[in-house]
Design a protein around this ligand. Structure first.
Ligand SMILES: [Zn+2]
Ligand SMILES: [Zn+2]
Length: 257
């Protein structure tokens, strides 16, 4: 199984999971052109993309959806509430024939892959993260959550690869230039995960099976890759788990054999 972070951060998010034959995207927050270019950079076949699983309606996760609906035949995995919100507030209509309903807590079968959406605490309409099982490998993409709930931790156990939000360093956010209301939003229980909370979750779910961790959705204003990495290394100390940091503009890929 191959995993790629094509883009990650507040300016756009898109992850790809591929078994070599077919590819699923998680979120589409950068342009279709960028998605295709970044897949090509990683030697992943853009023609193998068959579906995109959406986590929530924030622009950095659905920015390319309109173009995707017009120019591709990809299926769209989304909760019914997200679908209704996209139609009502953005005029984005996912046709019934292309829609695969995501029901939090209920795994769905997608061409032999098992895709499990699960709820995360975030200030959006019915936001989810995804756990994906294919070819005997388990991966999860978990971003945009204010806190690591017990439910989230349960779904992050026994994974081969975990892409996990490390949004901000608490001190950088508190002392930074963001207006108070924005700081309060990010820090809230339905905001974004701090490096400290990320490390806490990692320590809880660490197992010998966990081969790779990818830190995702880093804030460019309120975090440094080095700080996020340091926090994660502390949690992973003594394990053989590899650690990478996803980037806003430069795609990264890794394989879990
Ligand atoms: Zn986001
Ligand atoms: Zn969000």
């Amino acid at each position: 199984m191959h995993y790629a972070a094509l883009a990650s951060g507040s300016k756009g998010n898109c992850h790809a999971v591929s078994d070599g034959g077919r590819t699923l995207l998680v979120d589409a927050g950068v342009s279709l052109r960028q998605i295709r270019e970044r897949l090509a950079i990683l030697n992943l076949d853009a023609a193998s993309v068959q579906a995109v699983a959406l986590t929530h309606e924030h622009s950095d996760h659905i920015g390319a959806l309109g173009v995707i609906l017009r120019r591709t035949d990809w299926a769209v995995i989304a909760t019914s509430e997200l679908r209704a919100t996209l139609r009502a507030s953005r005029g984005l209509d996912i046709p019934p024939g292309r829609w695969i309903e995501a029901r939090p807590g209920h795994p769905l079968d997608w061409n032999g892959w098992r895709i499990l959406p699960f709820s995360v605490p975030h200030d959006a309409v019915d936001p989810v993260a995804y756990r994906i099982e294919a070819g005997g490998r388990q991966m999860a993409v978990v971003t945009d959550l204010g806190q690591p709930t017990a439910l989230v931790a349960d779904h992050c156990r026994d994974l081969d690869l975990l892409a996990l939000e490390a949004n901000h360093d608490l001190d950088m956010l508190r002392e930074g230039d963001y207006p108070p209301h924005l700081k309060a939003r990010i820090l809230s229980r339905v905001g974004h995960l701090s490096n400290g909370a990320m490390a806490e979750l990692l320590a809880q779910v660490l197992s010998p099976r966990l081969r790779a961790v990818v830190l995702a959705h880093l804030s460019e204003a309120n975090n440094h890759p080095g700080l996020a990495r340091f926090a994660a290394e502390e949690a992973l100390r003594g394990s053989a788990t590899s650690l990478q940091v996803a980037h806003q503009r430069n795609p990264i890929a890794l394989s879990v054999a």
